[in-house]
Design a protein around this ligand. Structure first.
Ligand code: 13P
Length: 343
């Protein structure tokens, strides 16, 4: 394992006040988002949309790395330039989603298991040649009446750890993403208890599978109440609960933590990231940033709606959302920023 090279990539991904852009929606997820907006669910429209994203002016000022999907890493602009090459020219590091999505977990009603280890070393070797320098695997943990079970947490953590060590051996920085879903009406405390258990289990497995903490990035959920919970706690409470949990669970040797947005509104995702930086400035051993998909892309996707004449405005909205999150990473976000489009 070339540890120094992994550390260098992780450092570049977490540099300054930038974040990661998750643009790795699987075909099924991308089509679901398109369908909701009456955008044709074809390969050409998915290509057009990713073309819009990678060609967004000034994207590189806010984004250090972009996570791609297998279809996207092979696609090009209308005039034949590979998206990966555009990203590299902008100084944005290409990454790749390598899990094969979460599916129902046999024997565990209501829970999911993420698979995709078969052939992973060979796939990673190809992705490396195509330009990917980091990867992502998302495990899904569901809070319900009788879930999550320790059986599903352990199985998902084991697979995440096997994925991570295989990536490191291939010279690729693994993003380890155990997502505790926001779906439901559970309290913030329930999310905190589950996230605490999940992170302890994941780091135990990472250690057992000999993953080098210095050469990985954690992509967790924020600790938030369920989306339908009657009590919606303030950004400060979310920040305190989340960072206090991480201080107990995430080793200081991990260079970076990059949040998923998980269905929060773009504004809340920025406000909460900001509160963490305001309240824990200089108290965190790791860099802390964003790796949002919906919370950065959604306003742009809605504006584009599949129409060429909306591309420019959609790109402006995409840059604006990414830029606002860099301000949150500096701890300088205010709700007023939302009213004044970025110059
Ligand atoms: P969201 O920010 O929309 O949760 O997506 C992040 C991600 O990469 C999920 O795997």
């Amino acid at each position: 394992m070339e540890l120094q090279s992994l550390k260098d990539i992780a450092k570049q991904l977490m540099a300054g006040n930038k974040g990661l852009l998750a643009m790795d929606e699987s075909t099924a997820t991308c089509n679901k988002r398109f369908k909701a907006l009456n955008i044709p669910q074809t390969e050409e429209y998915r290509r057009k949309y990713r073309d819009l994203i990678v060609n967004t002016p000034r994207l590189e000022e806010a984004i250090s790395g972009a996570i791609l999907f297998d279809e996207t890493i092979r696609q090009s602009t209308a005039d034949g330039k590979l998206f990966v090459d555009i990203l590299k020219e902008k100084g944005i590091i290409p990454g790749i989603k390598v899990d094969e999505s979460a599916r129902d977990m046999d024997g565990f009603p209501g829970e999911k298991i993420t698979e995709g280890l078969d052939g992973l070393p060979e796939r990673l070797a190809e992705y490396y040649k195509l330009g990917a320098r980091f990867a992502k695997w998302r495990a899904v943990i569901t809070i319900g009446e009788n879930t999550p079970t320790s059986g599903s947490i352990k199985a998902n953590a084991f697979l995440l750890a096997r994925y991570a060590i295989i990536c490191q051996e291939a010279g690729i920085v693994p993003i380890v993403e155990p997502e505790v879903l926001m779906d439901g009406d559970h309290s913030l405390q329930t999310c905190a208890d589950v996230t605490n258990e999940v992170l302890h289990t994941v780091f135990n497995q990472l250690y057992q599978q000999r993953v080098n903490f210095e050469g990985m990035i954690l992509k967790p959920n924020m600790i938030v109440p369920g989306i339908k919970a009657p009590q919606q706690d303030s950004a400060d409470v979310v920040a305190d609960t989340t960072i206090n949990c991480f201080l107990r669970c995430v080793p200081a040797s991990v260079p970076g933590i990059a949040f998923l947005s998980g269905g929060q509104s773009p504004e809340l995702a920025s406000e909460r990231l900001n509160a963490m930086h305001v309240r824990f400035k200089d108290k965190m051993p790791w860099a802390l940033t964003f790796s949002y998909s919906r919370a950065v892309q959604q306003p742009a996707l809605e504006k584009w709606a599949g129409k060429d004449e909306n591309i420019e405005e959609a790109q402006r909205l995409l840059y604006e959302r990414a830029h606002i999150n860099t301000i949150a990473r500096d701890g300088k976000y205010t709700p007023e920023l939302e009213k004044h489009p970025v110059a």
